[in-house]
Design a protein around this ligand. Structure first.
Ligand code: GRG
Length: 300
């Protein structure tokens, strides 16, 4: 198998679907706090591949469920992802001026507003995970499991812990074990949760969840290695942010530890492991298999 010829049409249609769902499910209000909503929407609608919500919809396709039922949950993941980017760009963290080809949130607004915009998006994500439309479609015990999954992946068992380890590793050489901790927590945890969210809401079997967790973990790790490679070799115009910033900040990356060629090989072998985890689902996992190839071949 390889990338289907119609994949990019499928991807564009899903991205448009997510963009309009974000406008519907993330409030924008006038009044005394209008600046907060403006900053949230500025970052949310600044572009972005929408990969995490697309993983949600692609995993739902395996079970033949209508994608509309998952839109609040899919938007929740994009809210969490965007919050993490806003906070990551702050002067206290990576101190970046450009994101998704535009000034970062704290540059377009100010630091306090960017912190609050991130806080607002993170909090709203959990409102969306308990949204009445999800409550209408899925059993309450599955919704609780889904909330727990996302809370762990975004927080102390995932992204926040990974970000802490990443910051602590700056400027010093890490070993493969520490690098794996950073990548699996900072990046792979939320991607794995995106893949598992719809199956958990539906009530998939433990066997199905294990297979999808393996796919999510492997594709999440591959995603981060490709991200590190792109930071070294990408076209700045396409990437929408400066290249070489990981090197300048002496970040712990796969290419820094193992070199560019070994990084490409590792990403390929993670892709193979991810694809083999999909074999029990056959053609029903076509969308997830296509996204895996896309993650490896992406230029942005
Ligand atoms: C601040 C708690 C906290 C966490 C920050 C997401 C993150 C953790 C840091 C951003 C820096 C980075 C390179 C993270 C790992 C890979 C990653 C998440 C890249 C950006 O995701 P894409 O490529 O971005 O899906 P778009 O813009 O397409 O949505």
């Amino acid at each position: 198998m390889s990338l289907s010829p119609d994949f990019f049409d499928w991807l564009k249609a899903r991205q448009e679907l997510i963009n309009s769902a974000l406008l519907r499910y993330v409030p924008r209000e006038a009044g005394y706090a209008a600046r907060l909503f403006d900053a949230m929407h500025y970052s949310l609608m600044a572009g972005g591949k929408r990969l995490r919500p697309i993983f949600v919809l692609a995993a739902a396709e395996i079970f033949g469920k209508p994608y509309e039922e998952f839109l609040p949950a899919a938007c929740a993941l994009e809210c969490i992802h965007t919050y993490s980017l806003i906070h990551d760009d702050l002067p206290a963290m990576d101190d970046d001026d450009l994101r998704r080809g535009k000034p970062t949130c704290h540059k377009a607004f100010d630091e306090a507003t960017a912190i609050l915009a991130g806080d607002g998006l993170l909090t709203h994500a959990f409102y969306l995970l308990a949204h009445e439309e999800l409550v209408r479609h899925f059993p309450p015990e599955n919704i609780i499991k889904a909330i727990r999954l996302v809370a762990e992946a975004a927080g102390l068992k995932g992204m926040v812990a990974g970000q802490m380890a990443d910051l602590l590793a700056e400027g010093r050489k890490v070993d493969a074990d520490e690098l794996f901790f950073i990548h699996s927590h900072k990046t792979a945890a939320l991607i794995r949760a995106s893949v598992l969210l719809a199956p958990i809401l539906i009530g998939a079997t433990q066997e199905e969840l294990n297979a999808l967790a393996k796919y999510g973990q492997n594709i999440g790790l591959a995603f981060q290695i490709i991200d590190d490679i792109l930071d070294l070799v990408a076209d700045e115009e396409v990437l929408g942010k400066p290249v070489g910033s990981d090197l300048a900040k002496e970040k712990a990356t796969y290419p820094a530890l193992f070199g560019l060629e070994a990084s490409r090989e590792k990403a390929k072998s993670l892709l193979e492991d991810a694809l083999s985890a999909l074999s029990p689902f056959g053609v029903r996992a076509k969308a997830l298999s296509d996204i895996a190839y896309y993650v490896l071949e992406r230029k942005l």
